[in-house]
Design a protein around this ligand. Sequence first.
Ligand code: URA
Length: 434
Amino acid sequence: MRMYDIIEKKRDGKELTPQEIKYFISEFCNDKIADYQVSALLMAIYLNGMSQAEIAELTLAMAKSGDTVDLSAIDGIKVDKHSTGGVGDKTTLIVAPLVAAAGIPVAKMSGRSLGHSGGTIDKLESISGYRTSLSRTRFIDSVNKIKIAIVGQTSNLVPADKKIYALRDVTATVGSLPLIASSIMSKKIAGGADAIVLDVKTGSGAFMKNVSHAKELAKAMVNIGNNLGRKTAAVVSNMDQPLGYAVGNAIEVKEAIDTLKGKGPKDLEELCLILGAYMLKLAGRNGEIDELKKELRQLINNGEAFEKFRQMVINQEGNIDMIDNPTLFPEPKLKIPVKAEKDGYITRIKTDSVGIASMVLGAGREDKDSAIEPDVGIMLEKKVGDRVKTGDTIAWMYANHDYKVQVAEKIISGSYSIEDKESEQKPLVIDVIS
Ligand code: URA
């Protein structure tokens, strides 16, 4: 078999065989195929797409490229949750303890931030001492004992994805449906969960800006999951503005704590209840989604969801005093307002730009080796639909360096559209595919 022929076939819009897909993944992982040839194939996939069968085969080949996690020693149906990536998306920090408080085991492996989108592991590391790496035995024992553990992905989980993602990132091929679907689902399949709830983001802060593309991605991933024996559902949700108000790391953990106590932003709480309800449903709970949402709301009201988060932090050796008294989280040196430049209604927030501004301030990483500053980020003051007057604060920049503030301020100002009339907004949940 020759890589040249595989590239040529995909360039001409033909369907690759399972053997060709397996060959390309295994040879690339063994460094037998050059980056430039794989880049060419990725561009051909970007331009010509893949059939459902090809996507499923690619996912499976990628999932098998490294370690696979066996969660069979954990009692019950293990349900995973995954977001396709957004800005201010701290849902895992809320949904995981919420669902665990309802008795469903959550053995979660999460990722780090890249580009404009944040990562759960970076957020958790703003809790001093929190261990994002546990031995396999301790991970399993934790979930059996307290129903929850959130750790980082092991370094050898889907190495094919790491190598392919690095090329996609520099060849303008990130936004390809088959490549996103196989990237996400290979990690979920290798992660060992029995069922998966996907939060597929759409809008200016998402990889899939367009609703119909996001729905297609959701359907493709639900198909892959179900075909590979994992019950899968997808919620397509709005990422036309950041979720909640906090965008960063420590400030997102604080907002998650507020939400677990029933005092969080309404959009964030609502999305967490919906994702959690679908997780319960896939775990086999009886009842309509609305009833399951009510059950989860009750666990927020009676303090059990917050208590579950506390138990997780204690179990993973994080400083519990910070959770009980969030003023102990590190504070940045500077808190600088961004002001509205005119009167009117906020009609649009270019959300990927807010994510980039947060990254510029130090909350995210431009490449995989960049260091994170846990205390910095952006605290929005105004969101879409709010009325402002010239000079009102629309957002606060939390920073440690003046030169970063100057760059971020321009980006944030430019990301807000202020107009005379209110604009119509998409709903928070656009569709559910199950
Ligand atoms: N998240 C992933 O894990 N992979 C992608 O390709 C996009 C978002």
